[in-house]
Ligand binder design. Structure first.
Ligand code: TXA
Ligand code: MG
Length: 344
C-alpha cells in the first residue's frame, strides 16, 4: 500500500488535503493526523471494519480499547449513556484538551472493537486545529490510538508515523510537531472519586482544583492489580530497541555510569537536559532546558526514537520529580525502561 503524506499549514491549500482525508475515512480506511498530544491513527468510530484496520496496522492487541475523538462537546451525548455532574465539569473546563474521560457507553452506537467489549468508552475533544478541522468536516467520531506500531514510543511528528506505518496506512496529515508530546490523561469518572488510569498533561492537581479528590494509583498499586483498569497499561510501551535505564539527574552519577558502561564495551546514548551536553558519551540527545518539564515532555519521544537511528547498545535517561506533569513523564519513562534504574 502506498502511504501519502500531506502537509497542512497556512502556506498550502489545506482544503484539498482535508477533503481527501475525509473521503478516505468515509471509504472505511485509516488516516493519521496530529493532535495536541501525539499523532493519532483514526478511523470512523461507528464502522467496525474500519476500526479493525487500526488494530491491524498497529499490531495492537484487540483487548485494548481505543479513545474516541469528537469535534464538539455536544456530541458526547450521542455516545454516552450517562454523564455525571463531575464529568460535565471536566468537559467544561478541560475540553478541548488532553483529558480522556471514561464513561458508560451507549449500546450499539459505536463499533464493537472500539470498546474491546467493555461497557465504558474513553472519549475526548482534542485541542489541535488540524484534528478539530478534520472532525468538524467529517462530522463523525474518530477512534484513534497513537499512530505508532504497538510498543513503540508514540509519534510526535509525521515522520515518526511514516517510520512506523509506511506501507500499512494510506494517508498521513502532517501538521508539524505536536505540542505536549505525550498522551492524554485518562480519567475514569465511573468511580467516585474518579481514578486516573493514565497520567497526562491534565495533572491530578489541575483536576482536583475543579472536581475535588481524585485517585492516582501509585506504581505499586498499579502492578498489584490483577486486571489493569486501562487495559493498554499492561503492555510494554514507549520502548526503543536498546534497553533503557533511568538514572538520577546528577552530573557526577551520569559521568560515572557512562565511563563504567563504556569500559564494558557499551555504546551509550544519553538523554538528558541541555546542561549535560558537555559530558563525553557516544550519543547525546537533549530533552530540553534543565528543570523544564514541558520541554522534557515535548522532546522525550523524539529523543527515544532518535536512539533507534544510532548503534547505541544502552540508553540512559535522567529522571525528573513526579510533581505536576512529571507524574506523566515518569510514568512513560518507567515503562520505556521496564522499571530499570542504573545502579552500579
Ligand atoms: O493523547 C491521546 O490520548 C492519544 C491521541 C491520539 O488522542 N491517544 C492515545 O490512545 O494515546 P491509545 O489508544 O494509545 O491509548 C488509550 C489508553 C489505553 O491505555 C487504553 O487502555 C485506555 O486509554 N482506554 C481506552 N478506553 C478505555 C476504557 N473504556 N476503559 C479503560 N481504559 C481505556
Ligand atoms: Mg498508544
Amino acid at each position: 500500500m502506498e502511504t501519502v503524506c500531506k502537509i497542512v499549514d497556512s502556506n498550502v491549500n489545506s482544503q484539498i488535503t482535508y477533503a481527501q482525508a475525509v473521503d478516505i475515512l468515509n471509504a472505511g480506511e485509516v488516516v493519521a493526523f496530529p493532535t495536541e498530544t501525539v499523532y493519532g491513527l483514526g478511523a470512523v468510530a461507528t464502522n467496525d471494519e474500519a476500526v479493525k484496520k487500526i488494530f491491524k496496522a498497529k499490531g495492537r492487541p484487540s483487548d485494548n480499547p481505543l479513545i474516541v475523538h469528537i469535534g464538539t462537546k455536544e456530541e458526547v451525548h450521542l455516545y454516552i449513556e450517562y454523564i455525571s455532574e463531575l464529568a460535565k465539569k471536566c468537559m467544561d473546563v478541560f475540553w478541548p484538551g488532553p483529558l480522556t474521560l471514561v464513561m458508560p457507553v451507549k449500546p450499539n452506537v459505536l463499533a464493537e472493537s472500539v470498546t474491546a467489549g467493555l461497557k465504558t468508552v474513553g472519549i475526548r475533544m482534542p485541542d489541535h486545529p488540524v484534528a478539530l478541522a478534520l472532525l468538524q468536516q467529517i462530522q463523525k467520531p474518530l477512534a484513534a490510538p497513537s499512530a505508532n506500531r504497538s510498543g513503540k514510543p508514540s509519534p510526535t511528528e509525521a515522520i515518526h508515523v511514516k517510520d512506523d506505518l509506511e506501507g500499512y496506512i494510506p494517508y498521513i496529515v502532517d501538521g508539524g510537531p505536536t505540542g505536549i508530546g505525550f498522551e492524554s490523561t485518562v480519567l475514569d469518572v465511573t468511580h467516585e472519586p474518579p481514578v486516573i488510569l493514565r497520567p497526562g498533561g491534565i495533572t491530578k492537581e489541575m483536576l482536583e482544583s475543579v472536581i475535588g479528590p481524585v485517585i492516582q494509583p501509585s506504581k505499586i498499586e498499579q502492578t498489584m492489580e490483577e486486571t489493569p483498569k486501562a487495559p493498554g497499561m499492561k503492555y510494554t510501551h514507549y520502548a526503543p530497541n536498546a534497553p533503557v535505564y533511568l538514572i538520577d539527574c546528577d552530573d557526577q552519577k551520569v559521568q560515572q555510569a557512562i565511563q563504567q558502561l563504556q569500559a564494558q564495551q557499551h555504546k551509550v546514548a544519553l538523554l538528558a537536559p541541555a546542561s549535560f551536553e558537555h559530558i563525553p558519551t557516544d550519543f547525546y540527545f537533549s530533552i530540553g532546558q534543565t528543570g523544564s518539564k514541558e520541554e522534557m515532555g515535548a522532546s522525550l519521544y523524539h529523543a527515544l526514537r532518535a536512539c533507534d537511528k544510532t548503534d547505541a547498545t544502552i540508553i540512559l535517561v535522567t529522571a525528573t520529580s513526579t510533581e505536576g506533569v512529571g507524574a506523566a513523564i515518569m510514568n512513560r519513562l518507567e515503562k520505556a525502561a521496564g522499571g530499570k534504574w542504573y545502579t552500579r
